[in-house]
Design a binder for this molecule. Structure first.
Ligand SMILES: [Ca+2]
Ligand SMILES: [Ca+2]
Ligand SMILES: [Ca+2]
Length: 450
């Protein structure tokens, strides 16, 4: 009978094999094992970066040491690493070394990318506001200081909360900081409670100060808060709740509302879309009967800018009741459920004209018109952007369907009509080539919108 090989192994070989097996088994049990690796992050300046790693061991306890670019970080000895208010210098590779009684295991490296495009603001009051849910945000310069402020509403029912939520008016100081207005500063508006998705600004009495409409609660069938809210801007930073008339006294519930000049008489009318009894499914239309106050409506047509002029800032300077002041509107289709039109409406009080109408197009162009008469709808087209890639080869940046008369001059005093061109391509732009390119004489061109 042939003896087995195991019985023939010399004694020292048996000891060596056992030692190797024990070493191998001991190492497998003791070395920390990473069950969750930290992952790459891409964040903005000011944000909080959090890396997490989970590990297990049978030979605890475990300790953690996070490293940044191979340098150990002070007080970074937990499974989770939190870096607040990150800066560009915090970018780079992070990993954590997990140790137990028998050894150390490094996690996979994780990259923190710090994007300099944005800075996350974490301390301004507007980002510390916790009571606003699922409402509307209406931006406007209510105090005529040139900086856009914002009013926020709450629709608590939409997130399963009962009762009526708060509103919040934040005043912009023009340097990027917001202050939440209190009743001491703006009056009872700051304490209003609604359940609504809809609000919008509009100078319904044309006194030069933006007033505020807030729709009736949209989903809660409770009596006292089921009227539209209208706040009149007193021009001194405060508001007075309007208490007279049907819009603010008839029960209803609207899911959509607009201050809009339906009949183009320069006074904003009020239109609401009712969703509960007694006018369920109907539209309420309140025509503004106006006053002696003047007004101006500006409709902008972009060429190099968007044709609708969305985003364009329109400012007017007028003397109202002896005080010269600027007003600002931004061409903006509006917020949730209350889309506005593209007309910039200004109340002008007792002013007879606008001293300066300034249009800041999104293309970067700035256009100013002086002594513009009040009480008119005025359409302003962005001046054509001309370029000449080759001598005599004229290009006009404009939108499809726009027509221009091209004129030329050698002295900038007398102009000769040369051609009429219309942009026909969808991407915009019109071209024309001058077949009479002068020799050594300068020639100027201009395009006049038709
Ligand atoms: Ca303002
Ligand atoms: Ca007003
Ligand atoms: Ca009207």
């Amino acid at each position: 009978m042939k003896p087995s090989n195991r019985l023939l192994l010399p004694r020292f070989k048996v000891r060596l094999l056992l030692a190797l097996l024990l070493t191998s088994a001991g190492s497998a049990l003791a070395q920390p094992s990473l069950t969750r690796q930290p992952t790459n992050l891409s964040l903005s300046i000011g944000a909080t970066a959090t890396f997490r790693a989970y590990a297990t061991t049978s030979n605890g306890p475990m300790t953690y040491q996070w490293r940044h670019q191979d340098t150990p970080l002070l007080n970074a000895t937990n499974a989770m690493l939190t870096l607040s208010n990150i800066q560009l210098a915090d970018a780079g590779v992070y990993l954590v070394a997990v140790s137990d009684a028998s050894g150390t295991t490094n996690s996979a490296p994780a990259l923190l990318d710090v994007d300099p495009t944005w800075t996350k603001i974490t301390t301004d009051p507007i980002v510390k506001e916790y009571d606003i849910h699922w409402g509307d945000a209406a931006w406007a310069d209510y105090n005529n200081d040139g900086a856009l402020d914002v009013f926020l509403t709450t629709a608590r029912a939409s997130v399963g909360l009962s009762g009526f939520g708060p509103v919040a008016l934040f005043r912009n100081d023009g340097a990027g900081h917001f202050t939440k207005m209190t009743t001491n500063e703006v009056g009872s508006l700051a304490a209003a409670r609604t359940d609504t998705y809809v609000c919008c600004w509009g100078d319904y009495d044309n006194d030069g100060w933006l007033d505020l409409y807030i729709s009736a609660n949209s989903t809660i069938a409770t009596g006292e808060n089921r009227t539209e809210l209208l706040y009149h801007n007193n021009g001194d930073g405060t508001f007075t709740k309007v208490t007279r008339g049907s819009p603010v006294n008839e029960l209803g519930a609207s899911f959509g509302g607009w201050l809009i000049d339906v009949n183009r008489d320069g006074f904003l009318d009020l239109v609401t879309l009712q969703v509960l009894a007694p006018d369920h499914g109907s539209v309420r239309y309140y025509r503004n009967n106006g006053s002696s106050n003047a007004w101006l409506c500006v409709q902008c047509v972009g060429t190099a800018s968007p044709r609708s002029a969305t985003g364009t800032k329109v400012r007017v300077k007028a003397t109202i009741r002896g005080k010269s002041m600027w007003q600002l509107r931004v061409i903006d289709p509006g917020g949730f459920a209350n889309a506005q039109n593209f007309t910039a409406h200004f109340g002008l009080g007792d002013a007879t004209n606008v001293d300066v109408l300034r249009i800041e197009w999104t293309s970067g162009r700035v256009q100013e018109l002086n002594n513009v008469p009040a009480r008119q709808y005025l359409t302003v087209t962005e001046p054509a952007a001309l370029s000449m890639p080759q001598p005599g080869e004229l290009h006009i940046q404009c939108w499809q369907g726009m027509t221009y008369r091209i004129e030329s001059s050698t002295n900038l005093l007398t102009w000769e009509s040369r051609a009429t061109v219309t942009s026909t391509n969808l991407s915009g732009g019109a071209g024309w080539t001058d077949s009479e390119i002068p020799g050594d004489t300068a020639r100027f061109y201009r395009a006049v919108k038709q």
